[in-house]
Unconditional design. Structure first.
Length: 289
């Protein structure tokens, strides 16, 4: 099943997507509630996908988005000598984790915010994301996938200079507002074979990343087991699982995003994101509370 968040007549609703028919059957609840165990109810009015606005599937976050770094062996290798003094001695024996703020999240067709006064190195990172559907702490690896509600597509757009500039901590360079497209819907775990999902990223029609989840150093189950060790994962938590090789920072010459670029992120069976990089004033005072 594919669960989407759509806006119809100014109201945010959950819907069940039929991608073959390109329709969505509206539900009387939200995806956030369904992921946390609420009833989905019976599908109601059916609309063409072209007549609704697809939003980020999730809007209510328990905490920061949880992320995995260096999880494709080829990506780890391509960054050798390009980590700004943060070079590990060898491939980590355990997953590398970091977080990014939930205000980074945008919808599958929203503009990616871009402010060159903050950073000159805006990089793309196609990723598979998963959503936790059942609370758990110290989850055994063999039971880890039982805690997954579903999978979706993400792009962990990063500011490489900011990522290196704050004591070696990645949070700042991963948490600029309005920069992480997520969606286009959540495909429930019972509809996904996670063993061989193809991950691709194009910028302006040029294929820059193309890999399989089979190349991951740490499996989805291992990520969940390690992350949950002594730490409770809760229904609704979003976990990014790493990007493959081909990122702009590792290319020669380097390729960074600029105003007007079209970024298309695809994962086989999970759908695609289409986002335009758009000049935005992020360095101003911003929104009040």
């Amino acid at each position: 099943m594919k669960l989407a968040s759509v806006t119809v007549g100014g109201v945010r609703r959950a819907g069940v997507v039929d991608s073959a028919e390109e329709t969505v059957a509206l539900l009387s609840t939200t995806v956030d509630d369904v992921v946390r165990g609420g009833p989905a109810g019976e599908p109601g009015e059916v609309l063409p996908l072209a007549e609704v606005r697809l939003e980020s599937p999730l809007r209510r976050f328990n905490r920061d988005v949880l992320c995995t770094g260096w999880n494709y062996l080829d990506h780890f290798e391509e960054l050798k000598g390009r980590r700004g003094g943060q070079e590990p001695a060898s491939l980590p024996e355990r997953p590398t984790f970091f977080t990014k703020g939930p205000d980074t999240v945008i919808g599958p067709f929203d503009d990616i915010s871009y402010d060159p006064s903050l950073s000159q190195k805006w990089d793309y990172e196609a990723e598979i994301a998963l959503v936790i559907g059942r609370d758990g702490r110290s989850i055994p690896e063999e039971k880890a996938l039982d805690h997954v509600f579903g999978f979706l597509v993400a792009n962990d757009v990063s500011q490489r200079d900011l990522q290196r500039a704050h004591g070696g901590q990645w949070l700042k360079g991963k948490s600029i507002d309005g920069t992480m497209p997520l969606g286009p819907w959540i495909t429930t775990a019972d509809s996904v074979d996670p063993a061989d999902l193809r991950v691709r990223c194009e910028v302006n029609g040029v294929l820059l990343q193309d890999a399989s989840s089979a190349q991951m150093a740490f499996s989805f189950a291992r990520i969940i087991a390690e992350l949950s060790s002594g730490m409770t994962l809760r229904a609704g938590d979003v976990v990014l699982t790493g990007t493959p090789s081909g990122v702009g920072n590792a290319r020669e010459p380097q390729v960074f995003l600029r105003d007007g670029d079209l970024v298309v992120t695809r994962v086989s069976g999970l759908g695609e994101l289409r986002n335009t990089v758009t000049l935005t004033d992020l360095a101003g005072e911003g929104r009040g509370r």
